[in-house]
Design a protein around this ligand. Structure first.
Ligand code: ADP
Ligand code: MG
Length: 492
């Protein structure tokens, strides 16, 4: 590689013999960057094109300036071909690209292009084609989340049967797999599969009435119908459904009236050959429900989902990293997969933290930064031998902020939402759990917590704490969730 331009000489643009002025070169580079940007993940683009510039264009050779030696190999290996093609689209005479490292380019906006100014962060790419669900009047369905698709669900030995069953149901609702019953522990992908199946059905049959409901919502509707003496309407409405998806039926336990209504709805739909899809945290025979309901569930297809093995965890991380447009080094990926073993939500949580770190500080995740994240979650990534140095930190009580972050990660809601005004269920429950933990373990007073949570009244905090405490007695899932968070924070 011959370089005809030295970096010293470049400091004084007037002394350099070349066809284009420094500003024309910058201009050209900016245009090329606009062509390059859509071809790369944002994190890669920002990382590898930050502080770069065009140093010269001489006799068919384009000279690109890089701010650090480590950029050189990477560009030569990954970007040289693409950059040449893009250059040739604008300047057909360009025949080759050469690179020159000049550390004076680093953080020097006068000489290199300030990428963050020219390419501000846009909202994250959303999955296209959010479905609009048309429902008969009065029917309530949570909007199916378009993020959940059958083809972004990573298949492994742990979930192959469940995925195949969902795929089959999506092609032939009301067919041979009816009802479809999926079961498995927290964070293993039940809700993802249920919603993805609904989405797939709606895609093929946009006029179908697909209702996804959590068991809690269904229960609330029954209660409301009873209160307002509108049971007949409630029944009629549900008989109009083509596909009924009901998540987490273990929560029907001890709700006799709702079980009865569900039993009748189920029968009516089943007889009409309408598809019913059910999820729970355990197999039908272990559910604490009426026998007649359990035997209905056992009539169809039952598939379990267990925790993913190492290879599947790697595949899931790779998929999620792509969804979040996050470039992760293979070794970092492996490191996360080795240490986040319990469920997919945990895996995603760590990845999200790495994304946050990247967005805040523009730092690519390294093994060390991931180890720091794991350590904050009280997961010592280095095992016994190297523990000594970490012990003090691991045993120190978490701060209030760390508790909030842990709850937010666990439920995949933001701390900001938890502290805010929204009363949607997905946020309400994590908020109440945070208040409960704050009181129980961090000795935060109701008044103080009220202030933290958008100046709520102290009685609201008190009610939340009492509600969680009482509900944990009767609700095994809530108990498990709270225990998992307590464990992560080292409270128990
Ligand atoms: P569950 O309902 O079983 O508690 P979720 O469906 O809410 O679990 O899954 C938790 C998170 O993990 C979701 O963001 C989901 O997209 C993701 N997830 C779980 N399994 C997979 C998988 N096999 N492939 C891709 N994402 C998955
Ligand atoms: Mg779920």
């Amino acid at each position: 590689m011959t370089l005809s331009v030295s970096s010293d000489a470049l400091a004084d643009a007037k002394t350099i013999p070349r066809a284009l002025s420094a500003s024309a070169l910058q201009d050209l580079w900016l245009k090329m960057l606009h062509d390059i940007e859509p071809k790369l993940q944002r994190s890669q683009f920002i990382t590898w094109f930050k502080d770069t510039t065009l140093l010269g264009l001489e006799e068919g050779t384009l000279i690109i300036g890089l701010p650090l030696p480590m950029f050189l190999n990477w560009h030569m290996e990954h970007y040289r071909g693409m950059t040449l093609e893009i250059a040739q689209e604008r300047l057909p005479d360009v025949r080759q690209i050469v690179y020159q490292v000049d550390i004076a380019l680093k953080d020097n906006p006068e000489r290199s292009v300030n990428l963050l100014d020219h390419f501000p962060e846009q909202k994250r790419r959303k999955v296209q084609g959010k479905q609009e669900i048309k429902l008969a009047e009065g029917l309530v369905s949570k909007i199916l989340n378009p993020r959940y698709m059958l083809d972004n669900f990573v298949i492994g030995a742990n979930n192959r049967l469940a995925h195949a069953a969902c795929l089959s149901v999506s092609n032939q609702p009301g067919g041979k797999y009816n009802p479809l019953f999926l079961y498995g522990g927290v964070g293993l992908g039940k809700t993802h599969l249920l919603q993805a199946t609904g989405n797939a059905i709606l895609k093929q049959m946009p006029r179908a009435t697909v209702v996804y409901t959590t068991t809690e919502d269904f229960t609330n509707q029954v209660i409301e119908a009873i209160q307002h003496q509108k049971m007949e309407q409630f029944r009629k409405r549900y008989r109009l459904v083509d596909v009924l998806i009901i998540d987490d039926v273990q929560f029907l336990a001890n709700k006799e009236r709702t079980q009865e209504e569900f039993f009748h709805t189920f029968n009516a739909l089943y007889e009409e050959r309408k598809q019913v899809i059910i999820s729970a945290d355990r197999p039908p025979q272990e559910l604490n429900l009426e026998d007649r309901l359990i035997s209905r569930f056992e009539r169809g297809m039952i598939a379990d989902i267990s925790a993913p093995d190492y290879e599947t965890r790697i595949a899931i991380l790779t998929e999620k990293a792509q969804e979040y447009e996050m470039f992760l080094d293979q070794q970092v990926l492996q490191f996360i997969a080795e240490h986040a073993t319990r469920n997919v939500r945990e895996l995603e949580g760590i990845l999200m933290q790495a994304v946050a770190l990247y967005e805040l500080e523009q730092r690519m995740p390294t093994i060390k930064s991931i180890a720091d994240i794991l350590r904050k979650l009280n997961k010592d990534p280095y095992g016994q031998e190297e523990r000594i140095g970490f012990d003090v930190q691991a045993k120190r009580a978490p701060t209030y902020q760390e508790m909030l972050e842990c709850v937010s990660r666990y439920f995949s809601v933001s701390v900001q939402d938890m502290l805010g005004q929204s009363r949607v269920k997905e946020i309400l429950l994590p908020r109440q759990i945070a208040m409960f933990l704050g009181k129980k373990y961090l000795r935060a007073t109701h008044v103080h917590q009220g202030e933290i949570f958008s100046n709520r009244d102290h009685t609201t905090v008190m009610n939340a704490c009492e509600k969680i405490e009482a509900k944990m007695q009767t609700d095994p899932q809530l108990l498990r969730e709270v225990r998992a968070i307590e464990q992560e924070l080292g409270f128990v």
